[in-house]
Ligand binder design. Sequence first.
Ligand code: SF4
Ligand code: SF4
Length: 473
Amino acid sequence: MDKFYHSVRLDASLCRGCINCIKRCPTQAIRVRNGKAQINSKFCIDCGECIRICPHHAKTATYDSIDVLKQYAYTVALPAPSLYSQFNNLEDTNIVLNALKLMGFDDVVEVSAAAEIVSEATRQYLAEHKEQMPVISTACPSVVRLIRVRFPNLIPHLLPLNPPVEVAACMAAEKAMQETGLPREKIGVVFISPCPSKVTYSKAPLGTEKSQVDRVLAIKDVYPRLLSCMKTVGRGDVEEIGVSGKIGISWGSSGGEASGLFSDSYLAADGIENVIRVLEDLEDQKFTNLQFVELNACNGGCVGGVLTVENPYVAEVKLKRLRKYMPVARSHMEAEHEAYVPWTTGVQFEPVFRLGDTMMESFSRLEQVERLCRRLPGLDCGSCGAPTCKALAEDIVRGEASEKDCIYWMRENLHKLSREVTQLAQDMAESGKEKSGKLPVLMDYVRQISSEITYLDSRVQEPGSEEEQEETT
Ligand code: SF4
Ligand code: SF4
């Protein structure tokens, strides 16, 4: 599988080239060229920010349809802890788990139960690896992908444990094979996900060669059907399926994973901009005394994923209310789980932002970028389709764009051309040598250039004018 596989895609037919998304992408992965957005797959970390921001719904996440259940002889649902936070007045997780069975799944294995096992393994890992502190959580695939491309110095700090969804998938597959006697390929292990990042994880996992998650459904797709099944379940006997407590359920929102470590020496940040700020500070060694750093790309943690239906802040309150009377933990690490938890492969630095193939080439291109930046207006207006002037300069150096994409550059050059042609026409007229009848053609040319300049003048903002306006108001 392509290590740069992505579940976030562009529907070009809906894109209007409005450039809203280029400014929000945390890795500057988007450019607008020929009026349409394009995603650079090497830079994208599947955070879903562009899906949130696009006013024309041109950015979408790919995931499976519920019909995939028909492709397997036996299916197991893996509900994310954030799924419970989508429903009003939910007091018992068993209602959701029974409803999943009523919907068509043969069995259910809670990701929150696996989360309690991962919490236990993390506590043990932290006790045994003090030299690696601060240890950074690896539960959010977008954060691991971001570190992989932008913060190589922090890779040794990554917690080398599989995320709860992977542990739950291993448990589910093993249990199903034992109980049914079916071969693995006839069993469908289906995650119900809050975000596209975990869809990508199932196809291009981190820390393991192959994920045991076979299919991924979106919470927002499952929600309406599940809600009606929950109403039916609520009227009858409810089977006791749930085996997770406070710790596992807490993983659904920011700070939940860290709270399962029984330590105050942690930092939990959510929202991709805050995550980047923390990673920069970690690189600058500002938090050397911290034991653990929990980072979630979405606001509020997984409850804020773009594939959920509830407002993340409301969802967080619902999760808090649900876990209030739960026992601390109900699932524990058993001998059979030990193989499921540790990473079996490492995470390698992917130098996608490097400008050249060698150090020398990179330095020389960096100088070119700096020279170009001095020529560009420095307004970061986005009119060229790149998020900043520096990003445009890098694109030019990589051979993916041209200075002509900058409308300021175009305007300057048209002004110059207009002055030169006007001078030429004047010289010809004054010398009286013009006999060929070309002067009117030349004047027409000057008029065309002038109208182009007028158009460009109406589109561009003068460098510094914004600040000047602010000063005068
Ligand atoms: S926000 Fe991006 S993807 Fe959406 S219409 Fe504008 S340019 Fe296209
Ligand atoms: S998913 Fe995130 S990283 Fe990828 S293009 Fe969209 S905003 Fe950028």
